[in-house]
Design a protein around this ligand. Structure first.
Ligand SMILES: [Zn+2]
Length: 198
């Protein structure tokens, strides 16, 4: 063991975060150790509060601190439109573009046989239930334009058409393999405007 137990533990925990390799984990750990105790406390409290004070919205499954979430409660949103996305980050990206005024449905992933994620692991049954409850005219599929996102969109378009709802797919203004939350706001706006019926 090169580092004292508590330091090794911190490095190990940081290293579990996505995109954080051993070197970055070590750098972050030593940054935290060199930081004022009050600042470290604020970070620790923010981590716990974010986890403890949020849930998935019972309607759209977006992350929220009030249930139903503020988007689902907002009387100014168009309730005939539902945009299907992979993650809460995608909702944030679409909201930043200021182009969309409908509601959302967050799948929490995409169909990926390699990663062992099938339709039953996604919030698809919940989406079907929402559509069966009526009032929704169009479902916009805004899953990522990569292999998993396209497979998910194909699966959903076949499934949802049987429910008598219009199913559209956002245009491919996005770079292939790109993720929605990295796209520029005007790119997202164009992708929405150029959506086509599937
Ligand atoms: Zn919601």
């Amino acid at each position: 063991m090169i580092y004292p137990g508590p330091v090794a533990r911190l490095i190990e925990e940081l290293g579990r975060l996505p995109g954080v390799g051993p070197k970055t984990a070590q750098r972050l750990a030593f940054h935290i150790l060199a930081t004022d105790i009050h600042e470290v406390q604020r970070l620790a409290e923010a981590l716990l509060a974010a986890k403890a004070q949020t849930v998935n919205c019972s309607v759209c499954h977006n992350i929220t601190d009030v249930d139903p979430c503020r988007l689902c409660r907002n009387p100014e949103r168009d309730r005939q439109l539902v945009c299907v996305v992979e993650s809460p980050k995608d909702v944030a990206a679409l909201e930043r573009s200021h182009e969309y005024r409908g509601l959302y449905h967050v799948l929490h992933g995409a169909w990926s046989p390699i990663a062992g994620v099938g339709p039953e692991q996604l919030r698809i049954k919940e989406l079907v239930d929402r559509l069966k409850a009526g009032g929704i005219v169009e479902v916009i599929l805004a899953t990522n334009p990569d292999l998993e996102g396209e497979a998910t969109a194909m699966y959903l378009s076949r499934l949802l058409r049987t429910l008598g709802v219009k199913v559209t797919r956002i245009a491919h203004g996005l770079p292939v393999g790109g993720e929605l939350d990295y796209a520029a706001d005007d790119t997202i706006a164009r992708a929405l405007q150029g959506r086509r019926e599937m």
